[in-house]
Write a protein that binds this ligand. Structure first.
Ligand SMILES: [Zn+2]
Length: 459
């Protein structure tokens, strides 16, 4: 019916009347599939008769009248000549095998992803090896195993092969705890330009209204930006003329949008330090860690030489933040620990990090903290009007008891639950029987609310 109506069908469709004919059809598809204009790794076998379908029914997961037959992938032997390291849009370093080209499943394969160092170790992949390859799902070429190593080939180390540096920008690379991938941690890495500009402009970062992924892509494609800081060198004219479309069908960003972005960039210059830190898209530096860092540091330029971060890295005890005398003062939260410190210190002290700081200086931008409070203020309690006095509250007050307790504590007093000889005053509201009695018996002064407020004012 589909054919009669002119609705396209996936070809070929073969008819079979018994199991032998089904197997023959499957074998024929397997022989001929590489000549199809699409890639396939199997065939679907279906019962056509509707009554039979109903009789067969379903299991809990699938119909009993349809099944997929998967062909074994074609495998070929070839030589691994080299391993390239690609830097993805999020900074992940991916090893890619360069192979002697070989025809497999209908196309020539000369590259295969090696995923990561763990995969390389597991398969003991070394340069020059003879390897067996196949196309996983008939699409993505993969190395199945090593057949034999080249004479004298050493185990392969991704880190060593790039000399510990990002092949795209020369920035530092790091391996996150619990993750196998190596990542470039340079905020200004050109391979990550689109991703980092997009993140930089996000609402929780610098909130550059009007600067989304399409604009970021166009800016990078046309060579206007290789890092987020390049945004600050853009002119309104460049932005207005930015082509968001293609060469054949251009689409200008326009004057109005350009003015909006320029205004947002200008406003960003005075955004607080924690926003800037978050905007830099440093791995492991989320919003809370950024806030905690800006609580401890006054400006961005203080962070590279931060004595606090240096001490976190130096004192490796798990309880260092509490037991280290220098660190304890800062009451640092769990958001900032050795992992964050390591990432930040490594980045700012790398060549890429120093270059980034130099750009900040050139642009005259040094973001300032809006929550700077490195050491919780130790108020001089002895100077407060209620210092050294203990209060017991009883009866019903005109305000909530907890609110009164807070007021008393804010003025340096203490609030206790029971009356004793050590009690300085009993604050008695309406009612308040037994505590008032006890106070009278012990000769403790009893205050009403009015007297309490006078006392609080220090009169
Ligand atoms: Zn990089």
């Amino acid at each position: 019916m589909l054919a009669r109506l002119g609705i396209p069908q996936n070809q070929p469709i073969l008819n079979a009347n018994n199991l032998d004919e089904v197997l023959a059809a499957v074998a024929r598809i397997n022989r001929e599939r590489h000549a199809l204009d699409y890639g396939t790794d199997g065939a679907v076998i279906k019962i056509l008769d509707r009554a039979e379908r109903e009789q067969l029914g379903f299991t809990s997961r699938a119909p009993r009248w349809a099944a997929a037959y998967k062909f074994l992938p074609e495998q070929k032997e070839t030589t691994l000549n080299n391993i390239l390291i690609q830097v993805g849009r999020t900074g992940v370093l991916t090893p890619v095998a360069e192979l002697t080209p070989v025809l497999i499943s209908g196309s020539t394969v000369s590259r295969a992803t090696l995923h990561n160092q763990d995969e390389i170790d597991r398969k003991d992949i070394r340069l020059g090896a003879s390897v067996l390859i196949e196309k996983a799902g008939e699409i993505i070429p993969a190395i199945v195993k090593v057949i034999r190593h080249a004479d004298g080939a050493a185990p392969y180390s991704l880190y060593d092969s790039v000399h510990g540096k990002c092949p795209s920008c020369g920035g530092p690379i790091s391996q996150e705890e619990g993750f196998v991938a190596w990542r470039c941690t340079n905020f200004a890495c050109p391979a990550q330009a689109v991703t980092s500009i997009k993140h930089f402009a996000a609402r929780k970062a610098l909130d550059l209204d009007g600067l989304g992924e399409i604009v970021a892509e166009a800016l990078v494609r046309h060579g206007h930006c290789t890092t987020p800081l390049d945004l600050f060198s853009l002119t309104e004219e460049t932005l207005a003329n930015l082509n968001l479309g293609t060469e054949e069908s251009p689409r200008r960003f326009g004057e109005k949008n350009a003015a909006k972005v320029i205004a947002a960039l200008e406003a960003a210059k005075s955004k607080p330090l924690h926003r800037w830190l978050y905007a830099m898209g440093i791995r492991q530096l989320g919003e809370s860690a950024a806030k905690e860092l800006s609580r401890i540091h006054r400006t961005l330029s203080e962070i590279p030489d931060s004595p606090v971060l240096a001490e976190i890295l130096r004192d490796t005890r798990p309880t260092a933040k509490k037991q280290n005398e220098f660190l304890a003062k800062y009451s640092i939260t769990g958001d900032v620990g050795p992992a964050v410190a390591e990432t930040i210190v490594t980045f700012f002290n790398s060549e890429a990090g120093r270059h980034t700081l130099a750009r900040f200086a050139e642009l005259g931008i040094d973001p300032v903290s809006d929550n700077y409070l490195p050491i919780a203020a130790e108020a001089d309690l002895s100077a407060l009007p209620l210092a050294g006095k203990t209060f017991v509250i009883t009866g019903t007050l005109s305000m909530d008891r907890d609110a009164m307790k807070e007021l008393i504590e804010a003025k340096g007093g203490k609030v206790s639950g029971s009356v004793s000889a050590k009690t300085s005053y009993v604050l008695a509201g309406e009612g308040g029987g037994s505590k008032r009695d006890k106070a009278e018996k012990l000769g403790v002064a009893i205050l009403d609310e009015a007297a309490m407020l006078t006392l609080m004012q220090g009169e």
